[in-house]
Ligand binder design. Structure first.
Ligand SMILES: Cc1cc2nc3c(=O)[nH]c(=O)nc-3n(C[C@H](O)[C@H](O)[C@H](O)COP(=O)(O)O)c2cc1C
Length: 524
């Protein structure tokens, strides 16, 4: 009898074991072949655990973790917000905000007592860059756009998904400094071609700017952007190790394959504001396209010198747009000393640069694009209040592509296939799925930004002004941004001398009120 029981138990055990193996194998195959979730596709076992912890974590979080707002550079609340927008799951949350609204630096929008009725709202109008100064000005529709990330820093599937998503949602995509690849062109979106210090993609054999290459590229792009610096590593060039210089990348960048490629820390042919304007004019004349400049801001001299040079040489010489990158910006790789401590955050840099343009009477001429952790609708709405015309984000789109903030961009081991050339890891990033997330992210961000504007009593987001946002100073006090950073009087440029500094906060000039409401509502 005992023997028979033993056989039955053994048989049942084996059967259960077999069922378990079959179920696990089925799960495994299902996970590695599904296309929606990158981590599950690349790491089926760890991926399952991760999803389990993520889901159940909502119930147990309070016992193990402090809160949702602690991690850097982006905390969990912000990441989840972006994921929800990208997955088109809506921006709705329950119970209450985990955002400590009384924390200094927090932004609070000024809700209107009597907001505009739904039926009176109008779509946010597009804005044209280079109107009246270029043969082919560029009309941009989306407030939110894809910041420069070169093919090389990010993978081919990532660039392809971004390009197709940008096309779907109607935003632009910046190439970053690695040149224009076929992947950027795949989706047929509006492309801005960045020219970095190594002039990848537009250089001749000696590494100098090739106007023939510029003319060739011009037919595929809407605008050019001269990159002076980016927030994460101002003043730092780079080495692209020979191992990463594949034949394909070498072809796109115009460099010899399998050899280290050095990008200088400054454009060799641009040593001051006048030379910058010369280069801008040269590119614009040759291509007819708008030409802009990307830079991080350390102090006020740069904008001062730039505006002074434009004033001396005429509006036609001005850059058509300025991209201001905050010191908190991201990168594929940079020294910590620069990442942690170089260049001003966008919160300080943006309003001061805009003030400079207003003072010199250049605000209508030069469009302003802001970047630096502006990955949520609220941060973008703040930037519009401060004076930006558009915003760029890099890491917002990385999250939309499935980035989990593993902080491994510089190691070629990105688990989500975004910043790696490892084919096995890239396999997880399915372009057909992820391009939709990119498009959802853009659409939902634009929608939420409009929603914020509507709550402020405005018809659309381009009406946002500094008086529509308050900055928290302590638990008991917030101050409107137009009090903290008052709009300056647009002084006639002739009154300024080259050596003049921007008025400091609290100076008589900075306290002056703008002349009229028209100026307040129509900054250009
Ligand atoms: C992976 C990666 C690659 C980047 N490559 C470039 C580049 O080629 N050129 C550039 O100007 N900025 C580059 N950046 C900086 C971004 O364009 C952007 O200015 C910065 O990350 C701030 O935006 P964010 O905070 O929304 O990411 C890169 C950033 C990342 C994360």
């Amino acid at each position: 009898m005992d023997g028979a029981m033993g056989v039955v138990t053994y048989g049942l055990g084996t059967l259960l074991g077999l069922v378990l193996v079959v179920v696990l194998t089925f799960w495994f195959i299902q996970d590695v072949t599904q296309k929606k979730h990158t981590i599950l596709r690349n790491f089926p076992v760890i991926g399952r655990l991760r999803y389990l912890f993520e889901r159940q974590g909502e119930y147990f979080r309070q016992y193990f973790f402090a809160n949702d707002r602690e991690e850097m550079p982006f905390n969990r609340a912000v990441r989840s917000w972006v994921y929800r927008l990208a997955k088109d799951e809506g921006g709705t949350i329950g119970f209450g905000s985990t955002n400590n609204m009384s924390e200094p630096g927090n932004i609070i929008f000024v809700n209107a007592g009597f907001p505009v009725l739904e039926e009176e709202l109008v779509p946010t109008p597009p804005l044209t860059i280079g109107q009246g100064f270029c043969r082919e000005p560029f009309t941009a529709r989306s407030l939110v756009n894809i910041s420069g990330m070169s093919y090389g820093a990010i993978s081919a599937p990532a660039v392809r998904a971004l390009s197709r998503g940008a096309r779907e949602a109607g935003c632009w995509m910046d190439t970053g400094e690695g040149g224009l690849s076929p992947y950027h062109r795949e989706g047929g979106c509006d492309v801005i071609m960045q020219i970095g210090t190594a002039k990848y993609g537009v250089r001749d054999g000696a590494g100098n700017l090739s106007m023939d290459r510029i003319r060739e590229i011009a037919s595929h792009v809407r605008a050019f952007e001269i990159k002076l610096s980016q927030g994460a590593k101002p003043g730092k060039g780079g080495v692209l190790p020979g191992a990463k210089v594949t034949a394909e990348i070498a072809g796109i960048r115009g460099i010899p394959p399998h050899q280290d490629s050095i990008s200088p820390n400054r454009h060799r042919d641009i040593a001051d504001a006048d030379q910058l304007l010369d280069q801008i004019a040269r590119l614009r004349d040759a291509t007819g396209k708008p030409v802009g400049v990307k830079t991080a801001i350390g102090g006020w001299e740069f904008v001062q010198e730039l505006c002074d040079a434009v004033h001396r040489r005429g509006l036609a010489m001005a850059p058509d747009f300025l991209v201001i990158d905050g010191g908190e910006g991201g990168t594929g790789a940079a020294p910590q000393a620069l990442m942690d401590h170089m260049a001003l955050p966008i919160a300080e840099a943006l309003p001061r640069v805009v003030d400079g343009l207003i003072e010199w009477g250049l605000r209508d001429r030069i469009r302003v694009v802001a970047s630096g952790k502006l990955v949520t609708s609220a941060k973008v709405a703040w930037a519009l209040c401060a004076g930006a015309d558009f915003i760029n984000t890099a890491r917002g789109f990385m999250f939309a592509l499935g980035c989990i903030q593993a902080l491994r961009c510089h190691t070629n081991t990105c688990p989500t296939g975004i910043t790696t050339h490892n084919r096995r890891l890239q396999r997880g990033l399915v372009v057909e799925e992820k391009y939709l997330r990119v498009a959802n992210y853009v659409r939902n961000m634009n929608k939420e930004i409009d929603m914020i504007a509507h709550s402020c009593g405005l018809k659309h987001a381009r009406e946002l002004r500094r008086e529509h946002v308050r900055i928290v100073r302590s638990a008991y006090e917030s101050v409107a941004l137009n009090t903290l950073c008052p709009y300056p009087e647009p002084r006639r440029a002739g009154e300024l001398r080259a050596g003049d500094r921007f008025p400091s906060r609290g100076s008589a000039a900075s306290r002056r009120k703008p002349k009229s409401r028209a100026f307040l509502t129509n900054p250009g």
